[in-house]
Write a protein that binds this ligand. Sequence first.
Ligand code: AMP
Length: 491
Amino acid sequence: MSENHHQTVSDTLYGDRLREECGVFGIFGHPDAAALTTLGLHALQHRGQEAAGIVSFDGKNFFAERRLGLVSDHFTKANVLDQLQGTSAVGHVRYSTTGETVLRNVQPLFADLTGGGFAVAHNGNLTNALTLRDELVKQGAIFQSTSDTETILQLVARSKRVNTLSRFTDALFQIEGAYALVVMTNKKLIGARDPLGIRPLVIGELDGAYILASETCALDIIGAKFVREVENGEIVIITEDGLESVKPFPPMEPRPCIFEYIYFARPDSTVGGKSVYECRKAFGRQLAAESHVDADVVIPVPDSGVPAAIGYGEASGVPFELGIIRNHYVGRTFIEPQQSIRAFSVKLKHNANRIHVAGKRIILIDDSIVRGTTSVKIVQMMRDAGATEVHMRIGAPPITHPDFYGIDTPDQDALLAAQNSLDEMCAHIGADSLAFLSVDGLYQAMGYPEGRDPKRPQFTDHCFTGDYPTGLTDQQGDEKLHQLSLLAEQG
Ligand code: AMP
């Protein structure tokens, strides 16, 4: 490893924390396992566009293919799919913000353990991975990647327990943070969700074969039936004998991540029994109830602002029009990790539909503001197209805190709402007015789950409240390092 390379790895680990957005998929006992996994990953592509991987098993051998780029760029090709023999497969799509996008970080990760091969695909982010990694490295562990998922692999490998499931469970007891995991061994497909169920994972069935996937849209694409969600803190074990469930953790109330509903999940998915699309429409209706302003037209920032804008239009009676047209050959705004390219890509992605903008007072709806880059560009685009007033309305509360559980958000100092008042934000984006959905309004729009205390929080809403529901061991480690370096500077 070159000096330079070494620098990158340690920067990745200790400078800019690892943050990953991902989608996972697994299937057990189907003759078209790899092809179905490819389709499932394609449906989950919005969860990660930098890399994709599939590991399959044919009863004897494991086969792995990992590629940088989109699923459809690589995995539809016969020469790649043909390599992925077998009736079981696990797949992963990944988007990581960290400097390194190298193949060794592309999942599923695979290792030959005492009990045989072990492939793991992870959506979520561990909040004590670096701390554990430090300890493991001191004990002699050799890490191949910079991914926090490898920490899980190392913990399973080192567990003194006797069988794969108990070794895996042993590892889960040591990790902290968010995970939806799909594991494939030579006998089993295993799914696991963290004790709070922060990241989603559903069970499906096709032709008698069980499937695990991040979202229901991955079941729809292959015509699979939705069976149920994997519950928070649950491990499901799929073998030739069927599906078995264990719940090794003390029971906790689930706290799925609210951001899945706001932005991350596909609107045609059902998460926690709720249609993501309908939730977003409800956010829009609530937004109209909270902060309506007189205007001629409601315009969404496509695609993510569309359902909320439909809801807003319905509730306010202001006509909804597609005043911005999106070029579908450009991925999500965040795809380019550098700020300079990200700003440019907004122009690549959207164009004003002048006929519905010129001479109009418009209410512009987006699902969220993170850095503010999109809003600045779009407001300007509306003015350039002749809008007389631009009122920005956001279908989520202000994002004031970074995410550590697998949604890409920048450090707090780059979050527009963490650094500015509402008036400052409005001035920054150049709108005539700006309003966000309130946190109470968000909960109201989500509805309160039956049988639960109708009080917050039923979701993980730290991005808006700073209420992180798990330990943040690595952050505390960072804080300690920061204090030490300050002391060193003073000394
Ligand atoms: P920004 O331009 O930094 O304010 O980002 C806000 C835009 O990015 C909105 O249009 C959202 O649809 C989208 N967005 C919000 N959160 C994320 C995320 N975690 N990853 C990718 N895109 C996001």
